[in-house]
Design a protein. Structure first.
Lengths: 346, 386
């Protein structure tokens, strides 16, 4: 039995009921978030590119456009190529989409509004976040298509190049915060970027962002899906719902999740941007969604502005700059935690 | 489990390959096209790849052959105009020009100066349209989608002006042997000037967004180098040849129409890589806009059609006329047996020769570079196959 106090309403609930509620929340939040994210992306894109974006579906500024798009894909035929490895081919989109859904488990929206406050939340995020590549590899290999194969291999080649900087910068955050729990990290941030010591948090944030963009396969690091080169890579042969869940939906949910993660780890999540008493009165949900929206806007902005790098250029960038820089950050954070006098801490 | 052994290659062989620094892997044949977004149509590239490196590339053309050289033999001279504007569909009016000029040369027709000026204006506006289109597609091929929409924004304005004159957006059908179909409407000069000046005013945005971008430079500088000798030997012309440092432009070398009245530069690139080709393309937009401005300032009044007999009938003989199409040198070799139809018409299109140089450039590049090179070769499928 759990006693719940949700926005002032108190009630008790059994463990099983709680689990079901949590599952239902995840199952609604992720698709709704991805749909809303898709709509926001279309709108932002429209304005960046001197056009309107969706305007008709649903009436008000085309709010139902992403719903209609999704519906269209449901009606499409699900084609499985004759030479494909059917079981692997059909399983791959799930392997890609489920980990993305699980990312939402540990993102706190407000002080107590978190689905599962794990003690090793950060570790969980990093572990779950990199599972999706297996799905991409499965999709690419089982499709029996050369473009899909190239895309899958590019995806695998890219894995270490961005995963290491992400892990190392996240480790920096964990060291400065002194905990792996996501809420613990947020509580440790009186200022965004865990501003003491100045600099480390900000640089870690930038490196994390670059790594996250690469992990999500967004331009300028979208070589695994490069539409003009290898035609969405591993997903060339997919159609209908599998294409949506393996590619479009997963990508959008990934962007939404990573915007939330970046806002939580580096921008102070549900806490005000400066520790000033009047700002504390504004609900944490508003702070969180403000920071989340900023991150989302930024990621989409980058996504549609830059040309694509080449695979070897990314590797050079990652191994010669990002990984050494993030190793240096870990060193600096470690030195700070060990030797900085107590008086300098906050 | 019993089969696992098959997949383990000889270990001594692998260590030898590693010590020589080159792992031998099996080559794979990759069909790029006929349906591929980077080929702008039904162009097929038979690529042999070793990992991501192209060991061989063979362009296969002909998927769009429509037999125009044969079709024109069954149509009289006035009907041909609408066929040739469909060869290079991005620069229709530039295709009509050498056709009209070849017929005029064979028949000895005089074209009034006003018509010549208007031809220059329309051709140069069409050149801007064409170059902006390739600017847009090149950005999209390198993964930057936004520049595409910027270029289309400017294209739309110019296209609208062209539409008010000719009534068409792609296939204009406006040049006739001896002159033009009709005079330009009221307000054309102001609209044309405004549209080309807007392009010049906004070119800095393109510079900020794409040409000056470090990633863009990293993807294009030193990639796909076409040296001068190779370019000469394959008969490469146009912005691609100029990108390789060949200073040739029919408008300067053999001025036709009234091009010798205008002050414009021919830009050449030093290295012949993708960036140089692209750089030349962007700068030609400026030069074309300058020509349009000068032509509108100096345009004389008068008739737009010379004295043309009721039946357009060329005397027996042959003639070759070449002009500077946006993509290169466009030549019409026209043979007449004295009738009202051509006896034979051989068309030398720029894209055909330009694409033939592709294998020499593509060998040894990576798949991603292959797309950049295809994009920087600025070809139109209809112009290759016609």
């Amino acid at each position: 039995m759990y006693e719940i106090n949700l926005v002032g309403i108190e009630f008790t609930i059994t463990a099983w009921q709680l689990l079901i509620v949590k599952l239902l929340v995840i199952l609604t939040v992720v698709p709704v978030g991805a749909l809303a994210g898709g709509y926001a992306m279309h709108k932002e894109l429209g304005h960046l590119q001197h056009r309107l974006g969706p305007m008709y579906a649903g009436g008000f500024h085309g709010w139902a456009q992403t719903l209609a798009d999704g519906l269209k894909f449901i009606y499409k035929e699900d084609i499985i190529p004759a030479n494909a490895d059917k079981r692997v081919f059909t399983l791959a989109p799930a392997i890609i989409f489920v980990p993305v859904m699980l990312l939402f488990l540990v993102i706190p929206i407000d002080r107590s509004l978190i689905i599962e406050d794990l003690d090793v939340g950060l570790f969980y995020l990093l572990a779950i976040g990199s599972v999706g590549v297996i799905g991409v590899l499965m999709a690419g290999w089982s499709s029996a298509n050369k473009y899909a194969l190239i895309g899958a291999l590019r995806s695998a080649a890219q894995l270490i190049a961005y995963e290491l900087p992400i892990v190392l910068t996240a480790a920096t955050v964990a060291m400065l915060a002194g905990t792996l729990s996501i809420t613990g990290i947020v509580e440790a941030q009186d200022w965004p970027f865990i501003l003491w010591p100045p600099g480390i948090g900000l640089i870690a944030f930038l490196i994390f962002l670059v790594g996250a963009i690469a992990e999500m396969n967004l331009p300028p690091f979208d070589m695994p899906v490069a539409e003009s080169e290898i035609i969405t890579g591993a997903f060339t042969e997919y159609s209908g719902m599998r294409f949506i869940f393996g590619f479009f939906f997963a990508e959008m949910a990934h962007i939404v999740a990573f915007s939330g993660i970046a806002a939580t780890l580096f921008l102070g999540g549900y806490r005000p941007i400066v520790p000033w008493a009047p700002l504390e009165n504004i609900p944490g949900v508003i702070w969180f969604f403000g920071k989340f929206a900023f991150m989302f806007f930024f990621i989409i902005w980058v996504r549609f502005t830059f040309p694509r790098l080449r695979e070897d250029q990314l590797q050079k960038f990652a191994w010669k700059f990002m990984i050494p820089a993030s190793l240096a950050l870990v060193l600096a954070a470690g030195a700070w935690v060990l030797y900085a006098p107590e008086s300098l801490w906050r | 489990m019993a089969r696992t052994g098959e997949f383990i290659p000889d270990s001594s062989e692998i260590s030898k390959q590693i010590s020589t620094g080159r792992m031998q892997t099996e080559e794979m044949v990759l069909n790029v096209g006929p349906q591929h977004p980077a080929t702008h149509g039904v162009f097929r590239l038979l690529a042999t790849i070793d990992g991501e490196v192209l060991t061989n590339a063979e362009p296969i053309i002909g998927y769009m052959h429509r037999g125009y050289e044969k079709l024109v033999e069954a149509r009289d001279y006035r009907q041909i105009t609408n066929l040739v504007s469909r060869m290079d569909w991005l620069s229709g009016i530039n295709n009509e020009l050498p056709l009209a000029m070849s017929i005029e040369k064979l028949m000895g027709l005089e074209v009034p100066p006003r018509a010549q000026y208007l031809r220059v204006i329309l051709c140069e506006m069409n050149r801007i349209l064409n170059h902006l289109m390739f600017f847009a597609s090149f950005g999209a091929e390198l993964g930057a989608i936004t520049p595409t929409f910027y270029a289309f924004r400017e294209r739309e304005d110019i296209q609208y002006v062209m539409e008010t004159v000719t009534g068409g957006r792609m296939h204009f059908g406006f040049f006739r042997p001896g002159g033009l179909k009709e005079d330009v409407p009221k307000g054309f000069y102001a609209a044309a000037l405004a549209s080309v000046r807007q392009v010049i005013d906004r070119l800095y945005q393109y510079e900020d967004l794409l040409t000056g971008n470090e990633i863009f430079k990293g993807r294009t500088i030193g990639v796909g180098v076409l040296d001068k000798e190779t370019a000469y030997s394959y008969g490469v012309t146009g912005p691609i040849a100029r990108g390789s440092g060949i200073d040739m432009d029919v408008r300067k070398d053999e001025p036709y129409l009234v091009y010798d009245h205008f002050d414009f530069n021919v830009h050449t690139g030093p290295n012949g890589d993708c960036f140089d080709r692209f750089w030349v393309l962007v700068h030609e937009v400026v030069e074309s806009a300058r020509i349009v401005e000068q032509a509108i300032e100096a345009i004389p009044s008068g008739p737009i059609m010379g004295k043309v007999p009721r039946v357009v009938q060329a005397p027996e003989g042959e003639v070759y006329v070449r002009t500077e199409n946006p993509l290169g040198e466009l030549g019409f070799y026209l043979v007449s047996d004295g009738g009202n139809k051509p006896y034979r018409m051989k068309i030398r299109t720029p894209s055909y020769n330009n694409v033939s140089a592709l294998p020499a450039v593509l060998k040894g590049t990576m798949v991603a570079d292959m797309i950049a090179i295809l994009g920087s070769f600025f070809f139109v499928l209809g112009d290759i196959d016609r």
